[in-house]
Design a protein around this ligand. Structure first.
Ligand code: GLU
Length: 272
């Protein structure tokens, strides 16, 4: 049934229970793929050893199955692909596009002349950015690596849901982490390597990741790969008007199922 032309993925992070916002996004990803007779991959983004738990991976599988989502391949685990990510980090080092960085989030937050993007992101201070090194920095997986963003970087694309987008380097985003000293890739790097490696043609994800898409665009360019097309689904707000998030302990999908909801009643409960 599946055609090679459309390849999509659903990629939950097992760092909490899924909520209604995830249900909406993953359902959209599933539907778009099925409507295109495509091939859907389930990718478990279990890369962050400090926040991801097996229990959440199992819960996500169960919840999405209960929602009626099916897939053609996976779950593929990011935690089993570290070798590939490390190889690609090496490529970025050799291309002189990344540099070692020991600055903590806190140091960045406390930088006296810290600049913020219009969306309120802290911009990594330009004066801490290390320049290109004649011989490239030595490969080391036990330190943080940061990708250098230039003022001339301009990312423009048309999102299939949110319309035309434009993001500027050093204005909307600045140097970003691609590798953590814990020996794992940062989200931006892992996701791009996987989406390239898995030949993903369309990425469906939450609208909160639009800015990440801009960063990731630079990684596609670095690896000489064409970015897929993007569909950033609208976020879902709770009764308090704030957007649902794992951190704010929004009602879990599984709790809603336990309360007797099914897919239809769940989706009906989302305010337009
Ligand atoms: N793993 C991310 C999440 O659960 C989604 C990443 C993506 O779709 O690129 O929010």
């Amino acid at each position: 049934m599946s055609s090679d032309s459309y390849r999509g993925r659903i990629a939950p992070s097992p760092n909490g229970y899924l909520h209604l916002g995830h249900a909406k996004t993953f359902w959209t990803a599933f539907e778009r793929c099925r409507n295109a007779s495509g091939h859907l991959i389930y990718r478990d983004e279990d890369i962050d050893p400090n926040r991801c738990k097996k229990e959440y991976s199992e819960a996500a599988l169960e919840d999405l199955t209960r929602l009626g989502i099916t897939w053609d391949e996976g779950p593929l685990l990011q935690s089993e692909r570290i070798r590939l990510y490390a190889e690609k980090l090496k490529t970025l080092i050799e291309l002189n596009l990344v540099y070692p960085c020991s600055k903590s989030r806190r140091e960045i937050r406390e930088y006296p002349e810290l600049k913020q993007s219009p969306l309120g992101e802290n911009l990594f201070p330009k004066s801490w950015s290390l320049p290109e090194n004649d011989n490239a920095y030595p490969f080391d997986l036990s330190i943080n690596w940061r990708f250098r963003v230039k003022e001339t970087d301009l990312i423009e694309f048309t999102d299939l849901k949110q319309g035309p987008q434009a993001f500027r380097g050093q204005v909307d985003f600045a140097d970003f982490l691609v590798w953590r000293k814990e020996g794992v890739p940062a989200y931006e790097l892992a996701v791009v390597i996987d989406d390239i490696d898995m030949n993903i043609t369309e990425v469906v994800r939450g609208q909160d990741l639009l800015l990440s898409t801009a960063r990731q665009w630079l990684l596609y360019n670095a690896f000489n790969a064409s970015p897929p097309v993007f569909y950033h689904e609208d976020l879902v707000n709770g009764a308090d008007g704030k957007r649902l998030s794992k951190r704010s302990q929004s009602i879990a999908l599984r709790t809603l199922f336990e309360q007797g909801h099914n897919r239809e009643s769940l989706f009906k409960s989302i305010p337009a």
